[in-house]
Design a protein around this ligand. Structure first.
Ligand code: CA
Ligand code: CA
Ligand code: CA
Length: 283
């Protein structure tokens, strides 16, 4: 403050565990003096905020992930500030030009969601979120709890990282960030692709509605072979023929329609594998 300012109350609330240095400074420019040319400070009160330290897994409400913390200070689980379950992870206490991170690894495909909050010098001191080394989101200034969602489509392992980073000068607010309720949900419809690869060969012949319904599975060891599918009537006439070159592993379905009720023979050839089956087809 400057000029003639009567007694006013200032409050400084720091919710990030660790030591702070507080300084009151009276500073003058190069010329001129007015008034009493001084400042006064009175009635300094200090109230420590009670919190309990808990594990990072407990604070993040996730016991499946392995968390790593480091940088110029370590993040920790605490109970003073929280979004969910009365606990959250808080960034470590750092100085100017320093950073502190919390990181973990996730395997795709999945969605990762979390809540975060920051109290910092707006624009200059930030809480950032990275997937591998790519910055995905950041918040700065006074931002209350909000949720972020990251979707990972591929099947790789990724390092995700929350970083509280400060620039070269100044601090504001509690000078830190919080993360809570870190959830990973695995996307099943993408991973089905993988489950769709059978580990052994099978062939099922079903009497479908107005068709013969064939279900078969090609395991990896039979892939890239040629598939020949033929259907013969009892008189030996071929009524259906299909060939697939270099088939990939997976589950397949083939329907053979426009058939009269009767007895047929299915010849199924996949590389060296040959199967001949008699089928009684009923419309
Ligand atoms: Ca918890
Ligand atoms: Ca929590
Ligand atoms: Ca700063």
């Amino acid at each position: 403050m400057s000029g003639e300012v009567d007694w006013t109350q200032e409050k400084f609330i720091n919710l990030v565990p660790g030591e702070d240095t507080l300084r009151w400074v009276y500073a003058k420019d190069g010329s001129g003096s007015y008034g009493q040319d001084a400042g006064w400070v009175d009635f300094v009160e200090y109230f420590p905020i009670n919190y309990t330290e808990v594990s990072i897994n407990e604070a993040a409400d996730n016991f499946a992930l392995n968390f790593v913390t480091g940088g110029n200070a370590n993040w920790m689980g605490q109970t003073a500030v929280s979004y969910f379950d009365s606990d959250a992870v808080v960034s470590g206490k750092i100085g100017n030009n320093e950073s502190t991170f919390l990181s973990t690894q996730v395997v795709g495909p999945c969605t990762l969601s979390f809540y975060w909050k920051v109290s910092s010098e707006s624009v200059y001191d930030k809480l950032l979120f990275y997937k591998d080394d790519t910055l995905k989101f950041y918040i700065s200034g006074e931002v209350d709890w909000q949720r972020e969602i990251l979707v990972i489509q591929d099947q790789d392992t990724h390092t995700v990282k929350w970083v509280y980073r400060k620039d070269g000068s100044e601090a504001a607010g509690s000078d830190g960030g919080w993360v809570d309720k870190i959830e990973v949900k695995y996307i099943t419809h993408v991973s089905e692709k993988n489950e769709k690869i059978p580990d052994k060969f099978y062939l099922e012949i079903l009497n479908g509605k107005n068709c013969i319904d064939l279900h078969y599975g090609v395991p990896p060891y039979l892939s890239s072979k040629n598939l020949i599918l033929s259907l013969y009537s009892v008189s030996g006439r071929r009524v259906f023929y299909k060939m697939k070159n270099g088939i990939s592993p997976g589950h397949y379905r083939e329907t053979i329609g426009h058939l009269k009720s009767g007895v047929y023979f299915i010849k199924f050839q996949l590389g060296e594998k040959k199967i001949l089956r008699k089928v009684i087809f009923m419309k």
